[in-house]
Design a protein around this ligand. Structure first.
Ligand SMILES: *Cc1c(COP(=O)(O)O)cnc(C)c1O
Length: 449
């Protein structure tokens, strides 16, 4: 234990009241020893029981997308006698991507443990890979907790990050030993005291300039500054521990600066707890909203700086965690959908494919996704004729439209369209509308060497 924690008697009392498993887990955010991360992932629960497809990058494959495209070609071509040609829409989950994203996370935010937000994509192989790499999990319901626990993840590595929980789900968490949960209303405190009195709470704050960061989440959850003290007092009165503070800046974050204001507000809440005579808080959860690539590096720099400014004195005693969802999922999944119909009207083309906005492509409506499908058959050649094309999904709803006026070369029934970066809020929110069951869309788990 760090000296400043040891010196603090109240904190010592608090320590013993936190579920010991949780603390152990928070402290063991350490590098894996032995074995390459990829080997660890391939032998992880959720991954090892899958039939994996492996592929090598061709010499002329300049990046992962080309390599995955090659794999998709062999899947639809029935490359091996044991695997017949795939005839309906499917995803390829390229598991190396997650390993790479995880190392990028550790480089950018080495002291911030990611708790993957399961709602973004609950594919067991993704959950298992992340668990093996050392992630925790943000679960919002009983089924999400069950999915994670089924992989052997200890309950102390789960944060039940739904501020308003149905009682049966909360009782399940109590039975399963999931003992860290968010709240932002007084009624929730009473519910937790009733259904799961041993639970530790994280007070969910509204990010101060959240108004600009889009996303309806900003209106739905999070305490305003003037609500913080009453909510802390409510927990104090009910005898429910408040382990720390959480926020979620919106998905995805619009301006990385929002993290800075939210971290300042979090520090104010830490100070308020002390002023109220509560045990010092020791968990700061900076939520999700991250996108991979340069945007992540930028967000990470802002968070490191804000933590340094607002939490420097408390840092050794405060565990910082995050709840990334799309960061780990988006680029790891590629969708291939098959053209099942077409119509030419003058210079315009219309195509029907076998996945749409009621299936994986619901992110077009629900997550502002602007897909950029590309034909599997050919790379666009300079001078090749293209047509303003509309691509429909398979249901009879006229809203089931994936792109409109999008330039594509002439395609035929039986051709394939490839959609990159389809891992976030896609398969997790598909439906069975009109008898097209999106849970039947196959996911190939692939690794490259
Ligand atoms: C959805 C959600 C996340 C994940 O958001 P991303 O933008 O996918 O990172 C994190 N935390 C909470 C509380 C959420 O509801």
């Amino acid at each position: 234990m760090h000296a400043c924690c040891r010196a603090n008697k109240r904190l010592a009392t608090f320590d013993s009241s936190l579920p010991s498993r949780l603390l152990d887990c928070l402290r063991t955010w350490v590098s894996m020893d032995g074995g390459s991360p990829m080997q660890t992932v391939l032998s992880a629960p959720g991954v090892k029981d899958k039939k994996l497809v492996s592929f090598t990058r061709n010499d002329d494959a300049t990046n992962d997308k080309d390599a995955v495209t090659g794999l998709i070609r062999s899947i639809v071509g029935g490359a091996t006698p044991s695997s017949p040609a795939q005839r309906t829409a499917f995803h390829v989950f390229h598991i190396n991507t997650v390993v790479d994203l995880f190392s990028a996370w550790r480089r950018g935010l080495p002291d911030v443990r990611p708790y993957y937000a399961v709602k973004c994509n609950p594919e067991p192989a993704l959950l298992g890979a992340l668990a093996a790499l050392g992630a925790g999990f943000d679960c919002a319901s009983r089924a999400e907790m069950e999915a994670v626990l089924a992989l052997g993840v200890p309950p102390g590595r789960i944060v039940y990050a739904n501020p308003c929980k149905p009682e049966p789900h909360l009782e399940y968490a109590a039975g399963a030993g999931v003992s860290l949960a968010t709240y932002d209303t007084e009624d929730e405190v009473a519910k937790v005291a009733r259904c799961h009195p041993g639970c530790q709470l994280l007070l969910r704050l509204k990010a101060p300039d959240g108004g600009v960061s889009g996303g309806d989440l900003m209106n739905k959850y999070g305490a305003h500054a003037h609500e913080v003290a009453p909510l802390l007092r409510a927990a104090q009165r009910a005898g429910v521990g408040v382990a720390g503070v959480s926020f979620h800046v919106g998905s995805p974050v619009s301006r990385v600066d929002v993290y800075r204001g939210a971290i300042q507000a979090a520090r104010a809440a830490f100070d308020q707890a002390v002023a109220l005579g509560m045990p010092p808080m020791r968990v700061l959860d900076v939520g999700g909203g991250f996108t991979a690539g340069a945007a992540f590096d930028e967000a990470a720099a802002v968070i490191r700086d804000a933590l340094d400014r607002s939490f420097r004195d408390l840092r050794p005693c405060v565990e910082v965690v995050a709840e990334p969802g799309r960061y780990f999922a988006t680029t790891a999944f590629t969708l291939a959908a098959r053209v099942i119909g077409r119509r030419a009207r003058g210079a315009a083309r219309e195509y029907w494919i076998d996945d749409g906005v009621y299936g994986s492509l619901n992110n077009v409506l629900m997550d502002h996704k602007a897909p950029r499908p590309r034909p599997l058959a050919s790379c666009p050649r300079p001078g090749e004729e293209t047509y303003a094309s509309t691509v429909f999904g398979p249901t009879c709803d006229s809203q089931d439209k994936v792109v409109t006026g999008y330039q594509l070369p002439e395609m035929s029934v039986g051709d394939w369209l490839v959609f990159d970066d389809m891992g976030a809020y896609s398969t997790s929110a598909g439906s069975r509308f009109n008898g097209f069951d999106s849970s039947e869309i196959k996911i190939y788990v692939a690794y490259s060497s």
